[in-house]
Design a protein around this ligand. Sequence first.
Ligand SMILES: [Zn+2]
Length: 374
Amino acid sequence: MSEVGAVIDVSNVCWSDEIAPLGERRPRLGRLDLLRDAWRRGRGASAELTLIADESLRRQIPPAERRRLDAMVRAGEIRLAPTADPELLTLARDSGLYVISRDQFVDLRRAHPWIPSAASRFLAWRQGPDGLRFVRSGVREVPEQRKSRAEEQKELIRGSGVDLRRADHARVMEQDWRCVSAACFQAMLWPDRLLLWPDIARRDGSALCPTCGSPLEAKGPRPPVRVVVVSEASTDEEILRFPLATETSVLVGRGSLPHGVNLAAPDLPHPAATGRVSRRHVMLSLSGVHGPGRGGRLAVTELGSSNGTVREPSGAGGRTEALVPGEETVLGPDDALVLAGSVRLRLSGRLHFPGERGLPSSPGSVAATTELAD
Ligand SMILES: [Zn+2]
């Protein structure tokens, strides 16, 4: 018996095909009942449980279960959150609760560095002869690079309607797309390849232009992609991020240009910083991305901007270097660029489509291996 309560990652549990109905790769609310019963068998009927679910679960479960979920929410038994993970980790941290989830929370490790030191409180489940048993989920320290990549994958999914657990959605994200609508602003800027991620139609999982909403034309497998993070130089506060595909040149500047990224679009922050950037400031291209962990080379050409561009080497002691207009400079793996003294560009962690299955196939894709000793 334990007086320590637990918080349940409800969506993660409902998606687990290791709880009956076994092998069914759709979320089921009934799995939560089985897990909750197992916990109470071990810990006592009064064991304190907090249930938090992603709002998206409501749409994903069968209609009959949806009505039951709504009733549980009304009764205060379950809380729905836009994304449950940050909320349940904060609660676990502040109240010392067990966390019942097969998720390793890699995308939240920078915000929650305490996780590996509390590994014994992170529990997964395993089907035993007498029902479900709880085992350590095996959270451990992960490299910075993996944290940053996981953050990007979440970033990519957030707000886009993309659910990488669905095979049809994963297929859309593995393709390269272009918009062929004659009236589309995005198609005008990017006639041969969308720079943005596609939207996915909720109804049938097809790919839609994020700008004009018309159906997209598939161009074949997406080439390897890395993400460029743009920030205000003095505070490093993020302005935007954009994907950069291999063998594609991208103009970075101010205003709308074909094959261009507009740093001064009206809805972006830090207009004072981006206002110093020239209309055509630098040209970026990425090459030599061969596979997972092979970073690729970022080359930059300064286009004769008014306020200049410097290469900013990583680490202390590195000397910044002003770029010569018209000459291509290949950056080191951790170098940054500073445009007009006010805007910083750097490559984020690796992101690679297709093939590299760093994208989780299910929320519980990491096997639980360590027995719980209690
Ligand atoms: Zn379009």
